[in-house]
Design a protein around this ligand. Sequence first.
Ligand code: NAI
Length: 369
Amino acid sequence: MRELFPRDLGPQRDRLFAALTHVVTHLEEPRLAHYLGELGRDHRKFLATPALYTAVGASLLAAFAHASGPAWTIEAEKAWTEAYGRVAELMTAGAAASEEEGQPAWWDADVVGHRRYGDDLALLTLRPRRPYPYLAGQYASVSSLHVPRVWRTYSLANAPRPDGTLDLHVSRVADGLMSTALTERLRVGETLRLSTPGGALTARTPPGKPRTYIAAGTGWAPVRALLEEAAEDEPELEGRLFVVARAKEYLYGKPDAERFRSLIPGLHVTYITAAPRRPRDQATERLVQALRASVNWPAHDVYLAGPPGFLGEVAEELEELGTDPARVFHDTLPAVGRFTKRPNTHAEWLIEPPPLHWHNPDARAPREV
Ligand SMILES: NC(=O)C1=CN([C@@H]2O[C@H](COP(=O)(O)OP(=O)(O)OC[C@H]3O[C@@H](n4cnc5c(N)ncnc54)[C@H](O)[C@@H]3O)[C@@H](O)[C@H]2O)C=CC1
């Protein structure tokens, strides 16, 4: 099975450990079955067949027995055998259901547009070769021949269009294999592969209720898709939009945001960047000041997208300002680039679990609806 995996197995180790930990810590939760079904659907992109699930289970149990020594009791072996059997059963059932629904294991999409903004940003337009069904605000897991067998998630930056094309906004991450390939090496005419859309940062505000959209960096992508949908479905909405970027040159969404301002007259738009020569995170401080100066938070639904550290900080601030935490919608994202602190041992992992580095179909769901 080695050839199914990318060259660097480090992230794979973290993902498997994260998935097993997720299963162990959510055993009592009814949603676990749904989660595993979705994970199974998504695993079709890896060509995971039932026989491979069996082989993985046998290897996993042998590895547990080897590593656990005397702690590997008959009870432990029985419990893990049952648990893995159930996990494999739910995942393969999810995959089978997706196949029965006629869903492909992946969608090939031709690159029809590639625009660069500065050194670090690329706006891609793709044309999937068959219809790609998704909702505004969702993301796709993407793979490119430039980095074989690596998959990364990117938000879809537009509401579904009649011609089926999709936009992705890619910010180059230092040392990021995929983001560097997509910004620097990808050319029009090449093909990318997309797997099932995921995430639930989708519109869920009842008509007439005010809402706030907050986007930082390429977090603009899903917010842009939501606004495009709202401009069509609910142009009378009352709301506010904060667009945050590390510097003025990175406010690439401004022309579109201005368009939404004119299409949705009740949308109040604020742009926030760090002051010249100040570190990029100063923009977050400025945002927090602007949020404190705004009123009526308990009435608002909030849609939040941006870097993981940003999401945490802003969600906390919103709660302090009186927003109902159940009405702050954001995806849980893997930390990338300079904010990643990878634990080196399992003990560290358990003491301070890192943000998950994997495609978790549930991870982007809003906290509670
Ligand atoms: N659905 C979502 O929530 C989406 C999230 N993203 C994430 O957004 C990020 C985009 O990166 P770039 O565009 O390069 O953004 P960036 O690195 O330019 O950051 C934009 C702004 O976010 C704030 N920020 C960044 N890190 C922070 C931290 N640790 N604490 C507080 N504030 C922080 C700063 O104000 C900064 O100016 C990626 O991490 C990506 O995964 C991207 C698309 C969709």
